[in-house]
Design a protein around this ligand. Structure first.
Ligand code: 13P
Length: 262
């Protein structure tokens, strides 16, 4: 039986309108109001955070409000950026750091990701640290090395007592938005290796408590097989999080997987 409660996040990326996002979150919050044994969060675009947060509050539901990114600096002359205190002000409780689209499209470095992780956790928010190799790195046999480097770099100077607020998301870049998910066995293998890195950094207790979730073309049809792997503790969902039925079904799969282990 898994001792970790699964986590399922809906990363909306740069999608939705105020109206479609509001409708989406109402549907998700209502459908999941009584589904226990899974922690759920949605990550809408910045301009919609306040409105989506208000809808979640109205529903007193279990779905938490997340943000897709944050600036590592506390305030000042950083045009276009958003600080952790602003996110807290908008009732955000959990923030992504190091998503591959930020690393590879925007150019975020390991150092910046580390600064963001420290800013998020230091402000008392939860953090989802995203790591994962590109196709070229995988084909060169470097997948585990890349994941290890990204995990170690991102957690530099992160104290053990903050680790209960951190979730690692393994998102192989070649699986994101491509329709090619990692096989359940490949995901399990990568997650087990990431857990060993956590054990090396923080010892077995933290390594066993930390949730490691999978992201990359998770759909309702493949979610359960992936979530049933012993070291997979849920998922970070992109495309399929934009449809109420698909996202709810994926979150239910995570809860069912946890229940089946009882
Ligand atoms: P897809 O589910 O669209 O592949 O995206 C995964 C992802 O990047 C979640 O953060």
């Amino acid at each position: 039986m898994k001792s970790r409660t699964p986590f399922v996040g809906g990363n909306w990326k740069m999608n939705t309108t105020l109206s479609s996002g509001s409708e989406l979150v109402r549907g998700v919050a209502d459908a999941l109001a009584r589904v226990s044994q899974v922690d759920v969060a949605v990550f809408p675009p910045f301009p919609y955070l306040v409105a989506i947060g208000a809808i979640l509050r109205e529903r007193h539901g279990r779905v938490r409000l997340g943000a897709q990114d944050v600036c590592q600096e506390p305030d000042g002359a950083f045009t276009g950026e958003v600080s952790v205190s602003m996110l807290k002000d908008c009732a955000v409780r959990i923030v992504l750091a190091g998503h591959s689209e930020r690393r590879h499209v925007i150019g975020e470095t390991d150092k910046m990701v580390n600064q963001k992780v420290k800013a998020i956790l230091g402000a008392g928010l939860d953090c989802i640290l995203c790591v994962g190799e590109t196709l070229a790195q995988r084909e060169a046999g470097q997948a585990n090395q890349v994941n290890e480097r990204q995990v170690r770099a991102a957690l530099t100077q992160v104290p053990e007592d903050q680790m209960e607020h951190l979730v690692v998301a393994y998102e192989p870049v070649w699986a994101i938005g491509t329709g090619h998910n990692a096989s359940p066995e490949d995901a399990q293998d990568a997650h087990a290796k990431i857990r060993l890195v956590l054990e090396d950094l923080y010892g077995p207790r933290v390594a066993q408590q930390t949730r490691i979730i999978y992201g990359g073309s998770v759909k309702s049809a493949n979610a359960r097989a992936i979530f049933d792997q012993p070291d997979v503790d849920g998922g970070l969902i992109g495309g399929a999080s934009l449809k109420v039925g698909d996202f709810v079904s994926i979150a239910r799969s995570a809860a069912d997987s946890a229940n089946a282990g009882d």
